[in-house]
Design a protein around this ligand. Structure first.
Ligand SMILES: NC(=O)CC[C@H](N)C(=O)O
Length: 197
């Protein structure tokens, strides 16, 4: 598969390694395309939107003409994994004028919901469809405040959603690329495999 990793800013190499690892584990190979300009994403089968700084990412993807290509990718029902700042950028509303959200995940997010209490923390997370908890790393993580009817909540932390699915998009507020566990990447890109682990 050709896997596009949005690479305007954020933790790109970790996601590139994670999708390669997940593909290899399932007898496939992933050719990673780092996306910093328009014209590359249309060739890709799947897209990863890493964490980073959502204000910067949202500005750069518009300036480079990538925002429209992300919309087209989703409209074509191609899979996306959006983590942390990626989730914020793809959401409907980040309650912050400095982030121009794309409105592709029908959810309102609170950008630095945990920030005031605890910058970063790790926790075992029960995830729908996974037999064992996922070790979730939260770094200045957003929390999801509200989701639309078509959005499936797959995991919550303290009663607030942190992993959601909206059509072809899996959005999470933690960082699955920072652990060796491929199961969140599986849920996004190899759902038939994820269902069995
Ligand atoms: N780790 C992250 O991606 C943090 C996201 C950051 N809080 C933001 O608003 O962009």
């Amino acid at each position: 598969m050709k896997a596009g990793v949005l690479a305007v800013q954020g933790d790109v190499s970790e996601h590139a390694a994670a999708i390669r690892r997940a593909a290899t584990a399932h007898g496939e190979s992933a050719e990673v395309v780092e996306i910093r300009e328009s014209g590359l994403l249309p060739e890709c089968d799947v897209l990863l939107c890493p964490g980073g700084e959502s204000t910067t990412i949202s500005r750069l993807i518009r300036r480079e003409g990538i925002a429209e290509e992300i919309r087209e990718h989703v409209a074509a029902d191609k899979p996306v994994l959006a983590t942390c700042a990626g989730l914020i950028v793809l959401s409907a509303d980040a309650k912050d004028d400095r982030v121009e959200t794309l409105g592709l995940i029908d959810a309102t997010v609170d950008r630095n919901a945990f920030g005031r209490q605890a910058d970063s923390f790790e926790a075992p997370l029960a995830v729908d469809g996974l037999a064992d908890p996922f070790h979730a790393v939260f770094i200045r993580a957003p929390l999801i405040d509200a989701v639309g009817d078509g959005v499936e909540v797959l995991a919550s932390w303290e009663d607030r959603p942190v992993l959601v699915r909206d059509g072809p998009i899996l959005g999470c507020s933690f960082h699955p690329e920072l652990t060796d566990d491929p199961r969140i990447h599986d849920l996004a890109f190899f759902p038939e495999v994820a269902a069995t682990v």
